[in-house]
Design a protein around this ligand. Structure first.
Ligand SMILES: [Zn+2]
Length: 434
């Protein structure tokens, strides 16, 4: 399908180009951005035209760390510590989840993400075949990680799933027209042990895959790591070869000076999840410091059970605010850096920087349009400030992924929202015996 978006203001999020292109024409053909011009390209005969008046176009947002199907557990264990939340609430509930439940929970999460402008997400969870099925069915793009080891809530190793990991990679990597990429999941150094860290790093090397890990989310994780391994989580990952492949490291709240040096040296991609870290009282990552050292910092929502939504616009807004307050310095992070964290930086974290994350001819057509004709955004004055500080997730009007319109005027085209809500309510009642 050929799509023309006319008279549109574009925020590019491209480090190597102008920030904003005003009143442009953007053509989409064969799933790619085929041209961006200031004048109408008469040779391009579109099948569909979108009027860009009163709208802003941006690259689709990339949620670099979530657990999509945890929407099922939304609003179920709030106002407790991470340890209490995870071991006494989440793990017991997840033990009751069947594969089909994860499919419906994923559909709900994907619906919510598309509606708030997310076109790609990085996920780690259980029953990952069902997550892949949901991604494939809905048209969204995703990096899905599969764990080579299974642990129970008492941190006991239950099963070696190496062959499942290979199978999963073979079955899903580059499937759904290339929209699905597969990574290796290492949940955390507190669930894993030295041997499973080494073997997981090995399998990632063999598959030429990335590793997706929770890293230094809490102070307790640091203390337990020093007790268990005699070193910090970053150091044990270095020792076991985990950092020898590209790593998506969620949280990174409690990094030491030495950890930061290692992360910089090894090119680890940090994912900042401010809502989840605030809600679980885990602390606040030193994002301005990491950015100033040239470390790639991206944005994630974490799961809906610790946020409690999957709206990355809210993470952009929080990132643009909290670091200024914490550092008592309004210049320590700016609006455009925050937009780039949720787009180009997140695409780099997922290894997709040649395909998505900024607006340029030849890139995959993952784009979103905001309806800017709203009272709470008026007058726009500076479009970048308007997106970082004013817009809500619900201001996203149109979403195009891989050249396909998956939402137009707020209406999803690939998901039956009412059916999905009905199924997830039914599953949630079953899990919590309501
Ligand atoms: Zn997480």
């Amino acid at each position: 399908m050929k799509i023309l978006i006319e008279n549109i203001d574009i925020i590019t999020c491209d480090y190597n180009s102008e920030d904003i292109i005003k009143n442009a024409f953007l053509g989409i053909e064969g799933g790619y951005i085929s041209f961006i011009s200031r004048t109408k390209n008469e040779e391009f005969k579109p099948d569909y035209v979108i009027n860009g008046k009163n709208k802003i176009l941006m690259p689709g947002l990339v949620n670099a760390h979530t657990h999509c199907a945890m929407t099922i557990l939304r609003n179920c264990a709030d106002d407790v510590s991470l340890h209490e939340w995870l071991f006494n609430n989440i793990f017991p509930a997840e033990a009751k989840m069947e594969p089909e439940d994860v499919y419906w929970g994923s559909l709900l999460g994907i619906a919510e993400m598309i509606k708030s402008g997310t076109t790609t997400f990085a996920d780690m969870y259980l029953h990952m075949d069902e997550v892949a099925r949901a991604v494939s069915d809905t048209g969204i793009r995703a990096n899905l990680s599969k764990s080579p080891w299974k642990f129970d809530a008492s941190k006991k190793r239950l099963a070696n799933q190496m062959s499942d990991c290979f199978e999963y990679y073979k079955k899903w990597n580059n499937s759904a027209n290339g929209r699905i990429k597969v990574s290796v999941e290492i949940h955390s150094v507190y669930l894993f042990d030295e041997e499973s860290l080494c073997s997981s790093a090995q399998i990632a090397k063999e598959l030429d895959a990335r590793i997706h890990i929770h890293m230094l989310e809490t102070l307790r994780e640091r203390e337990e790591s020093i007790e268990k391994y005699g070193m910090s989580p970053v150091e044990i990952c270095l020792k076991t070869g985990v950092l020898d492949v590209p790593v998506i490291a969620a949280h990174c709240v409690h990094l030491s000076k030495k950890d930061i040096e290692i992360i910089k040296e090894k090119g680890v991609n940090v994912v900042h999840n401010p809502s989840s870290n605030l809600k679980l009282g885990s602390g606040i990552a030193r994002v301005p410091e990491l950015l100033s050292k040239g470390i790639n910092v991206s944005l994630g929502t974490d799961g809906a059970a610790s946020n409690n939504n999957l709206n990355i616009i809210e993470e952009i807004h929080l990132t643009a605010m909290i670091h200024k307050g914490v550092n008592m310095d309004p210049t320590c992070i700016n609006a455009y850096e925050c937009l780039k964290m949720a787009t180009v930086n997140s695409s780099k974290a997922l290894g997709l920087e040649r395909e998505i994350g900024y607006i340029k001819e030849g890139m995959k057509a993952d784009v979103i349009l905001f309806d800017m004709n709203k009272t709470h955004i008026c007058p726009i004055n500076n479009p970048i400030s308007a997106i970082a500080y004013c817009v809500q997730g619900s201001d996203v009007d149109t979403v195009i992924i891989d050249g396909n319109i998956v939402m137009e005027k707020g209406q999803l085209t690939t998901i039956d929202e009412e059916k999905v809500k009905y199924e997830v309510k039914r599953i949630s009642k079953k899990i919590f015996n309501l």
